[in-house]
Ligand binder design. Sequence first.
Ligand SMILES: [Zn+2]
Length: 314
Amino acid sequence: MTNWLEKILSKAKEAGAKLSNSFKKTTIKNASLWSSCPDCKKMFLGKDLETNLYVCTQCDYHFRISAENRFKIFFDNSQYNMIPTKKLIDDPNQFKTELKVYKDQLKSAKKKTNQNASLVSANGKVNGLDMVCSSFDFNFNGGTLSLQSGQNFYEACEYAVKNKVSALTVFITTGGAALQENLFALYQMPKTILGVQMLKKNKIPYFVVANVNIGGVSASFGSLGDFHIMEPGKKTIWGFAGKKIIQGTISEQLPEDFQSASHVLTTGAIDMVTHRKDQKKVISNLVSILLKKEKSQQLYSDYDDIKVSQIVNQ
Ligand SMILES: [Zn+2]
C-alpha cells in the first residue's frame, strides 16, 4: 500500500516539475518576444516592432535602438562592413566606486553589444551612394563618449576621407561624456571635432541624426553637422545639461517639452525633425543635392532648386 502511494506521489511530483519547467521556459521566451512602448505603454510583438523600425504605431515613440539595428535600417539591403579601429587602453583611470568597478561595466557592455565601445562605424551603400555611418549604442554604458568611442569616430572620419565616400552620418543616442574616464573622455571633444574638420576640409557632407544628444557629445561633434536632424517625440532630447539639473540650478519648473524635438526645432539648433522611416531618403536626397550626383530612383533631377523644406515633405 505504501509502495503504491509512494509511486503515485513520485509520478505526480515529476509531472509537476515538468509542468513548472515548461511554464518557466514559456514565460521567459514569450516575455522576450514582447516590448512595451515607454511612452504610451502599448504592447508589441518583437517582430512587429522590428517591421515598424522600432517606432510605436500608436504614439510614434522612437525606441532607442542598437547600432546594429541602425545599420540594418540605414544601409541598402542591410548590407554593410564594420570599420575596424585601433584598440586603446580600457579604463585608463582604473575607476571604481564602492558599488561598481568600471572595468567590469565595460566587460559586461562589450558582452551585451558585441562592440568594443559605445560608438561603432560601418560602410555601405545608402540608396546607391557610398556612405560611412557611425552610431552610438545606448546599451553600451548609456552610449557615453569614452576614449575608445572618440577613437572609433575619428577613424571613421579618416576612413571616409581615404575612401572618398559621399557622406558620413552619425546617429546619436548618448548620455554625454563617460565620467569614469574623466579627462580622457573630455579629450574626445577636440579629437572628434578634428575628425569633423577633416570631413569639411575634404568636402564630405556630415549629418547628425539624434534621439538623445546631450553633454560632451552635443558640445562637440554632435552639433557640427552640415544638417542636424532629430527623431520626433517628446522623449527625444537635444541640449547640454539635463532638464533636472537646470531646474535645480534656477529653481524653476521648465516646460514639459523642454529639449524635445518640437521645441528644439523652434530654437534653430536643428534643421528638421524626421521620422525614422524617412531618414535614409532625406539624407540620400540631401547628399545628392550637395554632391550634384545623378538622379537615382529616389532623387531629384532639378536638385539645384530644391529646398530643405520640400525634401522633408516628400
Ligand atoms: Zn507608444
